[in-house]
Design a protein around this ligand. Structure first.
Ligand SMILES: [Zn+2]
Ligand SMILES: [Zn+2]
Length: 94
């Protein structure tokens, strides 16, 4: 079993190789988060990006990527963001 998997963070180092970081527990539904991050992201109205570590939040490439995570978006049913969007739509109908 391969214990050391790495994901491409989308950043390129000056010498041409891409920075990578360990992905010990990838989410099966997206390519930006770990499963644990998405699990938390679904329960948060702010989504996955809000739950990143300070270091990752400070990294714009990571922030941009994770803030677009489909797993915690308002379009995905079962997420807190989705429940909130539905609630708002419901109120607008009345
Ligand atoms: Zn995910
Ligand atoms: Zn995510």
């Amino acid at each position: 079993m391969d214990m050391t998997r790495w994901i491409d963070t989308g950043m390129d180092a000056p010498d041409g190789h891409a920075w990578r970081r360990p992905a010990p527990d990838d989410c099966p539904d997206c390519d930006c988060c770990t499963a644990a991050l998405c699990e938390g992201g679904r329960k948060s109205v702010f989504g996955c990006a809000f739950l990143l570590s300070q270091a990752d939040k400070a990294d714009k490439a990571i922030w941009d990527r994770v803030s677009k995570c489909p797993c915690s978006s308002a379009e995905k049913s079962g997420t807190m963001a989705h429940a909130l969007a539905e609630h708002r739509a419901e109120q607008e109908k009345v």
